[in-house]
Design a protein around this ligand. Structure first.
Ligand SMILES: Cc1cc2nc3c(=O)[nH]c(=O)nc-3n(C[C@H](O)[C@H](O)[C@H](O)COP(=O)(O)OP(=O)(O)OC[C@H]3O[C@@H](n4cnc5c(N)ncnc54)[C@H](O)[C@@H]3O)c2cc1C
Length: 482
């Protein structure tokens, strides 16, 4: 075993959850592993902001809003931890110098997003919160960072994780550690239409399934209602919820605000409801649905939502005057690797999962807007506190470098077919007949001569489909029509 490949802690993922773990373990030898560049993660693309109780008196209200959005599936204890620890974590982030938008008096600005009972979303760079937070966390980072590296295996024996196998520059390497933290995000790339970074494809969830580790609530997948999907490239342009929070309307081809036919709260209804209403209205009318931004003053819009303004300008739209055609798209995985409230993976001694990849039931059946960056901050910190307390008195075991073939010819076609199948059967509106059909197809793909990366995606997808079939009735974001 090469000594330089041994660490105190290995972190898989360079988003808010992974970087916050690494930055909070200054006195340890930490390695952060990520695919592509460090910024190529969902954290970087986050727009709206971070939801946080405005002060102690707002904690209970934030808890109730989160639980109400979660449609009965939230763990109240987890939600209390999110909001109580969240207030401290965000204050700490601000004190450390992370820049958030302020008014002329220097006070932090709070905005509103759907299903929050008050303005409690802080933001940065207008609509570039994720980019600014990521930049800040990277500026604090002192750990080793292994870029362009994909974890292909967790090195597990007897309920101990000894490290990870990584594919880097066409070469396999084993890295060892006393504790391993999975912070690899959600599953976006297994859906045809999604808002996620291309690095997010659910491999770690697949590896956990292979190791017999439990995923929970995988039927709970969230679709964002306002996405511009007519662009090339897998990742589609999100139009943040804050636009509706600050007054944007959703209209049909005749300019009618049809959402009120579905819910009295109109544009401020919970995400899953707005997504379904748009989906159904488009299907009924056969026409486009639009985001109408014409109520915004141009200079204000450009300053408040610069990312959207310039990205849409590149695509030929003159905002806020032009209406933007929108569609729901896959956005966030509430389901994930089952952990306790310290991020520990059930049944393992030294394996943790934090951020979007984890499931603590903090979001229940439907995530409240802007609660996920907060989740990343809070649960990464709790995992760190637990790692600091633990002794991990075991001998690290060396593993050989044998690995299945990672990519085979023909994988790409199956991957694209899977994305379509998942969108059509495990999407916004699901039917059992289609789900059963997808299950048969996935099993037949798994029987073929395929590479490991595809196999892991298929296993994660299979788990989403099976969990949906087991779901007795519609709940939160999981909407089943028969
Ligand atoms: C467009 C968009 C806008 C959003 N807006 C908001 C918002 O305003 N507020 C909010 O709270 N939330 C928002 N979200 C959700 C939020 O951004 C994410 O849930 C959160 O950033 C996830 O953080 P994370 O650290 O868990 O994972 P990520 O930030 O997604 O990072 C995952 C990391 O894991 C790495 N990785 C993945 N697989 C592997 C592998 N096999 N091997 C090695 N590395 C791997 C990736 O390379 C990446 O570095 C938004 C999401 C998107 C996509």
């Amino acid at each position: 075993m090469i000594d330089r490949n041994i660490y105190d802690v290995i972190v898989i993922g360079s988003g808010i959850a992974g970087l916050n773990v690494a930055n909070s373990l200054r006195d340890k030898k930490v390695l952060v592993v990520c695919k592509e560049n460090s910024w190529d993660c969902n954290t970087f693309y986050a727009q709206g902001g971070i939801a946080v109780p405005v002060d102690e008196s707002d904690i209970n209200s934030h808890i109730e809003d989160t639980i109400s959005a979660g449609a009965g599936l939230c763990d109240r204890k987890a939600v209390r931890v999110l909001c109580e620890d969240g207030l401290r974590a965000v204050r700490d982030l601000i004190d450390r110098g992370c820049p958030f938008d302020r008014n002329e008096k220097g006070e932090i600005l709070y905005t509103k997003e759907a299903a929050h009972s008050r303005n409690r979303i802080i933001h940065s760079g207008g609509d570039a919160t994720g980019r600014e937070v990521h930049r800040f966390l990277m500026s604090e980072n002192k750990s080793g960072l292994l870029y362009n590296s994909t974890v292909t295996e967790l090195l597990i024996e007897d309920d101990i994780c000894h490290g990870v196998r990584v594919w880097h520059n066409n070469e396999l390497r084993n890295y060892y550690a006393k504790a391993v933290v999975i912070a690899s995000g959600g599953v976006g790339s297994i859906y045809e239409y999604h808002t996620n970074s291309k690095t997010i494809s659910g491999e770690l969830q697949g590896i956990c399934l292979e190791k017999g580790l439990e995923l929970r609530d995988m039927q709970m997948m969230q679709f964002h209602p306002t996405v511009f999907i007519h662009s090339l490239g897998a990742r589609k342009q999100l139009l943040t919820e804050a636009l509706r929070g600050e007054g944007a309307h959703i209209v049909d081809a005749d300019g009618k605000r049809f959402l009120f036919e579905y819910d009295d709260r109109g544009e401020l209804s919970p995400r899953s409801l707005v997504s379904r209403a748009i989906f159904e209205h488009k299907k009924k009318s056969g026409k486009e649905v639009y985001l109408d931004l014409s109520m915004f003053d141009k200079e204000f819009f450009k300053k408040r939502f610069p990312t959207i303004y310039f990205n849409l300008k590149d695509l030929g739209y003159n905002l806020p005057e032009d209406r933007v055609p929108i569609s729901p798209a896959f956005h966030y995985a509430m389901g994930g690797i089952k952990t306790d409230l310290d991020g520990r993976v059930s049944g393992m001694k030294n394996l943790y999962a934090v951020g979007e990849v984890a499931n603590t039931r903090v979001h229940g059946a439907n995530r409240l807007a802007s609660n996920s960056l907060l989740e990343g901050l809070v649960f990464s910190k709790r995992a760190v506190e637990n790692i600091k307390k633990e002794k991990f008195d075991f001998e690290i075991k060396e593993f050989d470098l044998k690995e299945e073939t990672l990519i085979k010819s023909g994988d790409k076609e199956i991957k694209n077919e899977l994305r379509k199948l998942m969108w059509e059967s495990a999407g916004i509106v699901r039917s059992r007949a289609k789900l059963e059909n997808t299950l048969i197809k996935i099993d037949s793909f798994l029987d073929r001569d395929i590479g490991k990366f595809l196999k892991l995606r298929l296993k994660t997808s299979r788990n989403i489909v099976k969990s949906t079939i087991y779901q007795k009735e519609s709940l939160g974001a999981c909407y089943i029509i028969d």
